[in-house]
Design a binder for this molecule. Structure first.
Ligand code: FCB
Length: 473
């Protein structure tokens, strides 16, 4: 674990954090497009419950699938868990003060279902809800818009024991949970997100087993994908009057060559990664080519009459998580990957610089994605709800600054051509538990010294704060 000692710019717990003046020259180091963002544009940062909160047994929280999975030998690197994480559960006040110091207009976080319904159903744990009441009130006191996600992967373990997302009942339980949360907090929160990246929940959770609950059951993963979407639609119904959206991990899929087999490989991956979620939500139908690709896994008899009507309830906005494009080619041999139904497809290397995750850096992919979404659904408001980079450069994170600059520049271009993009959230506010990679990779614009829980703004946080200030002053 690295420490925060590379810099004198350290945040003492309890002290509201202002960006260091030494890192705040005038506005002249801002990119030329910095003025392109309209006044109401939402500048935010994102986190999720299991990745930062810790306190996994406190105040009545029940176990989630990530507690179980991270306790499974070999599932997470070095046996890391979210048991303590960034200790945000206890430090949220300081963290919110730090956000205010950076000038953030919004904070995207998720609520841990097992804090609120430890069994995933029935009895509500008021102490769990109280944590989010306090967090939301603290944000509002600081003028920061709370941007909650109801589900960022921490399913209550009892629901997994009862079948998990491959079971239809989980979708119904999710809607009950959504109603509980909306009743408690609906008066204070304008925009709600149901799910974060259902692709990951379904295919990493139930097909490859790289994520909790660690099952390797491709047909079950397809049922999970549908029930996640159904849960989204039922949750929309359960939150009357709320502005509800969803966040998807979408990408710009490119074929390695113009040859027919590679083009077909790209069609398949675009189908599984993008259209399998976009089409039911926004067109009320699953893409027929993708359904044909998936037929070898069995007939989709888990899809019932009326489900697609439920799933395609009008969206108030679409959240887009973008990190990297995907270059795709046909393969002679079957590959192990997260795309059931298309084994003879491989992910190719585009030869661009990569982040510490091995993800290629290409901001053009973000622009292409926004252009596509706007072209297909012109009246749908868009938010970039995650974008950022894992880099191992400590506090002088020049690669992350470059990454953010190029991708926010792509957002500026999107605005310039009339795309209805309303906000941008950097992933992530804090270094955190990066799922099966544990604490190896650091995504935060704020460094966390896990030994002391000291927070320190990295250069990227100072840069982002200047960008926001340059825009809003
Ligand atoms: C996304 C997840 C988020 C984080 C980033 C790096 O897929 O939503 O929790 O892990 O990737």
């Amino acid at each position: 674990m690295s420490t925060a000692t590379e810099s004198g710019v350290q945040h003492q717990p309890g002290v509201p954090h202002e960006p260091d003046a030494r890192h705040r020259p005038g506005q002249d180091d801002l990119p030329h497009w910095a003025g392109a963002f309209p006044p109401g544009f939402l500048w935010g940062a994102a986190t999720s419950s299991y990745q930062i909160e810790g306190a996994v047994t406190e105040d009545g929280r029940g176990p989630s699938i990530w507690d179980t999975f991270s306790a499974t030998p070999g599932a997470v690197e070095r046996g890391d868990t979210g048991a303590v994480a960034a200790d945000h559960y206890h430090r949220y006040r300081d963290d919110v003060a730090m956000m205010a110091g950076m000038g953030l207009g919004a904070y995207r976080f998720s609520l841990a279902w097992p804090r609120i319904q430890p069994d995933g159903t029935g009895a509500v744990n008021q102490r769990g809800l109280d944590f989010y009441r306090r967090l939301v009130d603290t944000l509002l006191e600081r003028g920061i818009q709370p941007w909650p996600t109801l589900y960022h992967w921490d399913l209550p373990q009892p629901l997994e024991d009862a079948g998990g997302w491959p079971a239809r009942d989980t979708a119904l339980r999710f809607a009950d949970y959504a109603a509980v949360v909306h009743d408690a907090l609906g008066d204070r929160i304008p925009n709600w997100t149901t799910l974060n990246e259902p692709w990951c929940s379904a295919f990493l959770g139930y097909a490859t087993g790289r994520h909790a609950p660690g099952r390797r059951d491709p047909a079950g993963a397809l049922r999970a994908a549908h029930h996640l979407m159904l849960g989204h639609g039922l949750a929309v119904q359960a939150m009357p009057g709320a502005q509800v959206g969803i966040t998807l991990n979408l990408t710009d899929v490119r074929a390695l060559t113009h040859q027919a087999l590679d083009v077909d490989a790209a069609r398949r991956i675009d189908g599984m990664q993008n259209r399998l979620f976009l089409d039911p939500l926004l067109r009320g139908a699953y893409p027929t080519d993708v359904m044909d690709d998936l037929l070898p896994l069995g007939r989709p008899d888990h899809i019932r009459d009326g489900d697609l009507r439920t799933i395609s309830a009008p969206l108030a906005f679409l959240g887009v998580n973008y990190y990297s494009p995907m270059l795709v080619a046909a393969s002679d041999t079957a590959q192990e990957h997260a795309y059931p139904g298309s084994p003879k497809v491989r992910i190719a290397d585009g030869g661009r610089p990569k982040t510490a995750m091995g993800w290629e850096i290409d901001a053009d992919g973000l622009l292409a994605l926004l252009v596509r979404l706007n072209g297909e659904h012109p009246s749908l408001p868009l938010y970039v709800t995650e974008n950022g980079a894992a880099v191992d450069e400590g506090l002088r994170d020049v690669t992350r600054v470059g990454y953010l600059e190029s991708h926010i520049g792509a957002c500026a271009q999107a605005l310039a051509i009339g795309i209805d993009l309303r906000g941008y959230f950097v992933w992530s506010l804090l270094d955190n538990f990066e799922w099966s990679f544990g604490y190896r990779h650091r995504f935060g614009i704020v460094h966390v010294d896990y030994a002391t829980q000291r927070r320190t703004l990295k250069d990227s946080a100072h840069w982002y704060a200047r960008l926001i200030r340059g825009r809003t002053r």
